[in-house]
Write a protein that binds this ligand. Structure first.
Ligand code: ASP
Ligand code: MG
Length: 400
């Protein structure tokens, strides 16, 4: 039995016209000999009648705080409505289907409401439905606790449902249908001729933090990676091939770089040894920041100084703590951490040199760098973000 998971996001199921496209995608999969297992999100976005945010706006904040079980029960309704409406659409086109809650689909979780972890996925119901040649339509984002209460898996969790079912059913592929064509080489608002990435590895997707997470939930990528099942991001509204996410990435490409992304609103902090050597807190600095839940990034420790970045939103808290402890430091406000991603750069000399040469030629000062097997990061001032990304995108020929 060739099983295909097809997950449709909130905008894909928001109107009758769009749902007709969804029906088409399911019918095509059947025609190709697959047994589709469909997962749906709640219909539409904030403000639309049955979206998760709209449902949440029906109850007050203090009720939410004290009634976690009720909040999950309420949130689960969006996906439940969506899978029944979708089943109706399929029925209209003579495709037999069975709508299922997450619990009925066998997603068993702990009772950590709003962000439950999955304990097991028991697919007996789904398999029975498939054997009857019907399409199971599963309400995403939800499960059932061992005590029998409805739970949800965290916002954006329908992708997680799709990946869980894919892994449990040993699906051929997990298709994630959304309203964009896939993952792009750069944010198209920054690089006007950014192009679609055809194939990318699981590890590279994790590096696409912002853009990647908007397109697919990182936990879904993790689950698919562990089960070694390809994920495909596709647009419900067209027949574009989308972006395939698998373990190898694009082996045929001769380009060492896959894409560029960035994280803005970083503050670079430098703490010099000579100015702080008589202050015992200097030696405990990272411990102190950790205890205060300030996360740090791009950390370089030298005999003469410690350099790292923090998020701008943590700066006031950081400043207060550090001033209280009388630690001297200097900072560069408003920085941007640019990530140049590509697992094929591993072992290839000259990539960092090319990046630095490109930025220098543009008159951009690189404040700090770091690297891993898949990524080189450069810290630049925020005002240089757009220029840096465009120059690197051009230099590495990422527009096709
Ligand atoms: N409807 C849920 C949310 O808005 C789950 C999802 O869409 O994946 O977070
Ligand atoms: Mg989503």
């Amino acid at each position: 039995m060739k099983i295909l998971i097809q997950k449709f996001g909130g905008t894909s199921v928001s109107t009758h016209e769009k749902r007709l496209n969804v029906v088409q995608k399911i019918a095509n999969a059947k025609k190709l000999g697959y047994y589709p297992v469909v997962v749906v999100s709640a219909m539409g976005r904030k403000g639309q009648p049955y979206s998760t945010d709209t449902l949440l706006s029906l109850i007050t904040e203090d009720f939410k705080d004290k009634n976690l079980l009720a909040v999950d029960l309420l949130m689960s309704c969006g996906e439940v409505i969506s899978c029944i409406v979708m089943s109706n659409e399929l029925n209209n086109q003579n495709i037999a289907s069975v709508p299922l809650t997450g619990g009925q689909a066998g997603i068993i979780t702990d009772d950590n409401y709003s962000n439950a972890s999955v304990i097991s996925t028991e697919c007996d119901n789904i398999i029975r439905i498939l054997k009857e040649d019907k399409v199971p339509i599963v309400a995403g984002f939800q499960g059932i606790s061992e005590k029998g209460f409805i739970t949800t898996l965290g916002r954006g969790g329908s992708d997680v449902t799709a990946a869980l079912l894919g892994a449990a059913l040993k699906a051929e592929e997990i298709e994630i249908y959304t309203d964009v064509d896939g993952i792009m080489t750069a944010d198209p608002r920054i690089v006007s001729n950014a192009s679609l990435i055809k194939e990318i590895s699981y590890n590279e997707v994790f590096q696409f933090a912002d853009q990647g997470a908007k397109v697919i939930h990182p936990r879904a990528v993790e689950i698919a990676m562990r089960a070694n099942i390809p994920l495909v991001i596709k647009n419900t509204m067209n027949n574009c091939n989308g972006t395939i996410i698998n373990s190898a990435g694009d082996q045929n490409s001769d380009n060492v770089i896959t894409g560029i992304t960035h994280m803005s609103d970083r503050v670079q902090i430098t703490v010099e040894h000579d100015l702080n050597k008589n202050n015992s807190y200097y030696y405990e600095l990272f411990d102190i920041l950790a205890k205060n839940l300030i996360s740090i990034d791009l950390i370089n420790v030298f005999p003469k100084e410690k350099i790292f970045t923090i998020d701008k939103k943590d700066f006031n808290k950081f400043n207060k703590i550090i001033n209280n402890l009388k630690i001297n430091y200097s900072k560069v406000d408003s920085c941007s951490k640019i990530a140049i991603i590509g697992s094929r750069m591993r072992g290839i000399p000259g990539v960092m040199a090319k990046i630095l040469k490109t930025l220098t030629k543009e008159g951009i000062e690189v404040l700090q760098t770091a690297d891993s097997h898949t990524t080189i990061w450069c810290l630049v001032e925020d005002k240089n973000t757009q220029k840096s990304i465009n120059a690197l995108h051009r230099e590495f020929c990422l527009s096709k």
